[in-house]
Design a binder for this molecule. Structure first.
Ligand code: AQP
Length: 329
C-alpha cells in the first residue's frame, strides 16, 4: 500500500490543513505500519497564484518543519519538495495531454479562484489538476488523504489514470481518496459557510498552526455563531457552532455527538473558551517542536534524503510512461 499527499506553501498552515490533512497523515502513518508514505511540499502549485520569492522560501521550510512537528516521522515517511523532482513536471505535461479542456473548465476550485483573481490569471491555475494528477500517479499511490475541497481533483486524477491505461495499456494505479470522518472541511471563523483558507484576506477567519496562543483564544472568542444560545450540530442553521464542534471533536479524536452531549447546558462563551483551550493544547506542543526544528540543519538532510528516495520511483515511472507513449529511442 502506498500513500501520497502534499500541501502547497502559499501561506502559513491553518487548522483546516492540520485537521483535514496532516492529522490524517500522522494517523495513517501510525495505523498502516506496512504502508509507504510520500508526503511532499507542493511548491510548484504555489506559483499558480502570485507569491514573493522570500515568502515562498520561508513557507517551504516552515511546512517541512511543521510536518515533523505535527508527528510525521522522517524515518517512516518520505518527505520532499516537489520542484526538486522534474519528473513531476514531465508527467504533468503528459497529464495535460490526457485531460480535456472541458474537464479543467468544470473544476470548481479554478472557477472560484478565477472569480477572485480577475487580472493576471495564470495558465498554471487552469492546468493545476493535471499537475496534481501527476503528483499522485507518479508514485502509483493507492490512497490519497485529502480534505473535501480536493475531492473533485482526485476524481479527475482517477479518470485520467483510467484513460491513459485504456489508451496505452496498464500503466497507472487508480488511486482512492481518503477523507477524515470528522473535519474534512473546516470552515472560516468569520464566514462559517465557507472553507477556512490560508489565503483569506481576513486574519480572523483562520487559525494558523503558528499563531500566538493568546491570539488563537481571541480568534475563537470572536468566531461568528448565532443568537439562539443552544449548542447543537446543525450545519444549515448553526454553521458557526457546528464548525467549532467539528474542530473540538476532531482535536479530541471523539465524535460530534459526544461533544454535543458534553456541552449540554453550557453557554456559548464557556463553549468557545473550552474549544479554544483544546486548540491551544493541540498546538502548543507542535509549536514547541517547530521552534527547535526550524533552525536545525538536519531539516535539509531530511529533505535531501526524501528527494533521493522519491527520485528512485519517479525516474523509473517516467521512463515507463515515456516508453508507452512512444518517446525514448
Ligand atoms: N479548511 C480545510 N478543512 C479541511 N481540509 C483542508 N485542507 C485545506 N483547507 C482545509 C486540506 O489541506 C490539504 C492541503 O491543502 P493546500 O494547502 O494544498 O490547498 P488548500 O488549502 O485547499 O488551497 P486553497 O483552498 O487553494 O487555499 P490557498 O490558496 O489559501 O492555499 C488538502 O488536502 C486540503 O484539502
Amino acid at each position: 500500500m502506498r500513500l501520497v499527499s502534499g500541501i502547497k506553501p502559499t501561506g502559513g498552515l491553518t487548522l483546516g490543513n492540520y485537521i483535514g490533512a496532516i492529522k490524517q497523515f500522522v494517523q495513517l502513518q501510525d495505523e498502516l505500519k506496512d504502508a509507504e508514505m510520500f508526503i511532499f511540499i507542493a511548491d510548484l502549485h504555489a506559483i499558480t497564484t502570485p507569491i514573493e520569492k522570500q515568502t515562498l522560501k520561508k513557507n517551504i521550510k516552515e511546512i517541512a518543519a511543521l510536518y515533523i512537528a505535527c508527528g510525521l516521522d522522517p524515518e517512516r515517511v518520505t518527505l520532499f519538495v516537489q520542484s526538486e523532482l522534474p519528473e513531476h513536471n514531465q508527467l504533468a505535461y503528459v497529464m495535460e495531454s490526457t485531460v480535456y479542456m472541458g474537464e479543467l473548465e468544470r473544476m470548481t476550485q479554478f472557477k472560484d479562484k478565477r472569480q477572485k483573481l480577475e487580472e493576471g490569471l495564470r495558465g498554471s491555475l487552469f492546468t493545476y489538476p493535471a499537475l496534481m494528477a501527476a503528483d499522485i500517479l507518479l508514485y502509483d499511490a493507492d490512497l490519497v488523504p485529502v480534505g473535501e475541497d480536493q475531492k473533485q481533483h482526485l476524481e479527475l486524477t482517477r479518470d485520467l489514470a483510467i484513460r491513459f491505461n485504456n489508451l496505452y495499456g496498464d500503466t497507472f494505479v487508480v488511486p482512492k481518496g481518503y477523507q477524515p470522518k470528522t473535519g474534512a472541511k473546516i470552515k472560516s471563523l468569520t464566514e462559517p459557510t465557507k472553507k477556512m483558507d490560508k489565503s483569506s484576506d481576513n486574519q480572523k477567519s483562520y487559525i494558523l498552526l503558528l499563531d500566538d496562543l493568546a491570539q488563537i483564544k481571541n480568534k475563537i472568542k470572536s468566531a461568528v455563531t448565532d443568537s439562539d444560545g443552544h449548542i447543537a450540530y446543525d450545519i444549515e442553521n448553526k454553521p458557526g457552532i457546528s464548525n467549532l464542534l467539528t474542530i473540538d471533536a476532531s482535536l479530541l479524536s471523539t465524535t460530534i455527538e459526544e461533544r454535543v452531549n458534553f456541552y449540554k447546558n453550557v453557554s456559548y462563551q464557556d463553549f468557545k473558551l473550552s474549544v479554544a483551550e483544546h486548540v491551544i493544547d493541540a498546538l502548543r506542543p507542535i509549536q514547541e517542536k517547530f521552534n527547535v526544528l526550524i533552525n536545525d540543519p538536519k531539516l535539509d538532510d531530511i529533505l535531501d534524503q526524501g528527494r533521493d528516495k522519491a527520485k528512485q520511483i519517479a525516474y523509473k515511472k517516467i521512463q515507463k510512461v515515456y516508453k508507452k507513449i512512444g518517446f525514448l529511442r
